[in-house]
Design a protein around this ligand. Structure first.
Ligand SMILES: Cc1cc2nc3c(=O)[nH]c(=O)nc-3n(C[C@H](O)[C@H](O)[C@H](O)COP(=O)(O)OP(=O)(O)OC[C@H]3O[C@@H](n4cnc5c(N)ncnc54)[C@H](O)[C@@H]3O)c2cc1C
Length: 419
């Protein structure tokens, strides 16, 4: 069987794979990215956080995203809005505690992922679309992969270091038995893209129908605070609409389309905002996505983005965490390739987990409904609000923010105050 050698092989050309490969290729290393699909392709995860822009800048990929947005390709985003039982509140990310960009974009991932992958290829990474990783062996010094190409031929690739950026496919966790159950219960989502036909940009007439195209709108189901919706407007007059709940909350309906329309109808603000929407697309469903692993890295491999831990979509943290994992691992892999002894646990997994754990505090509290009380608390102190805004903007690694540094303790106190 044909065998090739690279410094680094990356499984998957999604955001984490593209950013890691761009950084490593720019540093002069030979990088092969194996991607089983062809881009552009649909992916869920459309609302970015401003912290993403810093990570993209570190990989030299920020400008290409701005350029696409300037050509009306991506929707400008400056915050998050929340709605619950007639109450509406907004977090403006430009009024945040942490330094760094306060705005970002809402993106169709088909275009976004293609742009990043093209940028990585321009930086020197070789990306092979339609090539699927079938087996992996990591117990030797150099990981060895078997890959199925577009013509159905198997070939081998040897890497000095292997990065798994395979997203929900979780190639290494599955093949190496690294999977660990998530502490979060199983949840199910139903989603589609609609032609939204939303009449006005911002309707401030009443809390019930407030809507701002520059913000993701998170709506809590009026009858069950465990069920929530996203509405992510795009720049072309379409929006992503989705509902999330426990699987049993969606049982007894005849199809995903009926489920999504039924639940949207049950939320008066969404019913009103989307009253003229057209639903030309299929409704998709995805569930059981929360996942964890026993470890994020070993001597010759590391897990990026969703291939490692995935929490929950509620605060749009997925792409931010994926990009953070990529910018944290790249310099460590370069040190390793230069022959240095690298402790990947200390230099990669521990710093990455600090931010993930901060998001985890928020996610847990959202479903216990404490964070919902914080969000809708009317007399929020400005500094506290700016610190919460920072985390919602993705700055979950900024240890200067007390709600990051001591997230559980600080947050518990805040919830008690707001309740
Ligand atoms: C319902 C829902 C809503 C979400 N909403 C948001 C949101 O609004 N904002 C946000 O930031 N995040 C969101 N997320 C999370 C987001 O989708 C992910 O965190 C993000 O896409 C992870 O990027 P990644 O680079 O790790 O993997 P991916 O983007 O999934 O890329 C992985 C790539 O690996 C390839 N691959 C898989 N197996 C193989 C193989 N064997 N060989 C070769 N290639 C392979 C796949 O084809 C794919 O292209 C959401 C998630 C869910 C479930």
């Amino acid at each position: 069987m044909k065998k090739e050698n690279f410094d680094v092989v990356i499984i998957g050309a999604g955001p984490s794979g593209a950013v890691a490969s761009a950084m490593l290729a720019r540093a002069g290393r030979s990088v092969l990215v194996l991607e089983k699909q062809y881009f552009p392709r649909f992916s869920i995860g459309e609302s970015l956080l401003p912290q993403c822009m810093e990570f993209l800048a570190q990989a030299g990929l920020e400008q290409t995203v701005h350029d696409h947005a300037a050509a009306n390709g991506f929707q400008f985003k400056n915050g998050a809005a929340f709605h619950k039982q007639g109450q509406y509140t907004e977090f403006d990310f430009t009024e945040k505690f942490s330094k760094g960009p306060g705005t970002t974009y809402q993106v169709k991932r088909a275009s976004f992922d293609k742009i990043l992958a093209d940028g990585a290829a321009q930086a020197g990474a070789e990306i092979r679309f339609g090539h699927e990783v079938k087996t992996v062996a990591v117990d030797c010094l150099c990981p060895l992969l078997e890959v199925l190409d577009e013509q159905g031929n198997l070939y081998q690739v040897e890497a000095r270091f292997l990065l798994d950026a395979s997203g929900f496919a979780r190639v290494l966790p599955r093949m190496l038995g690294l999977e660990k159950p998530s502490h979060l219960p199983t949840r199910q989502s139903y989603f589609t893209h609609v032609k939204d036909n939303i009449a006005c940009e911002t309707d401030s007439s009443s809390d019930a129908v407030k809507f701002d195209r520059d913000k993701i709108l998170i709506t809590v189901n009026p009858n069950n605070s465990d069920i929530w919706y996203w509405l992510i407007p795009f720049s072309d007059g379409t929006s992503s609409i989705g509902v999330v709940g426990k699987p049993e909350q969606f049982s007894g309906y005849e199809s995903p389309e009926v489920i999504l329309k039924h639940f949207v109808h049950a939320a008066p603000n969404l019913r009103d905002i989307l009253k003229n929407a057209e639903w030309p697309n299929e409704v998709n469903t995805l569930g059981g996505y929360s996942a964890d692993v026993t470890h994020l890295a070993a001597k010759n491999y590391a897990l990026l983005g969703n291939a490692g831990e995935f929490l929950d979509p509620v605060f749009s943290s997925g792409v931010t965490i994926a990009l953070c994992s990529a910018v944290l691992i790249a310099p460590q892999v370069l040190r390793y390739l230069d022959g240095e002894a690298v402790d990947f646990e200390e230099s990669f997994a521990v710093p990455l987990k600090k931010g993930v754990d901060c998001f985890k505090t928020f996610v847990n509290s959202w479903y216990e409904s404490g964070f919902q009380d914080v969000i809708f608390y009317q007399e929020q102190e400005t500094t506290v609000k700016s610190m919460i805004s920072s985390i919602l903007a993705g700055y979950a690694w900024d240890q200067k923010n007390p709600y990051v540094a001591q997230s559980e303790r600080r947050f518990k106190t805040l919830v008690e105050l707001c309740q």
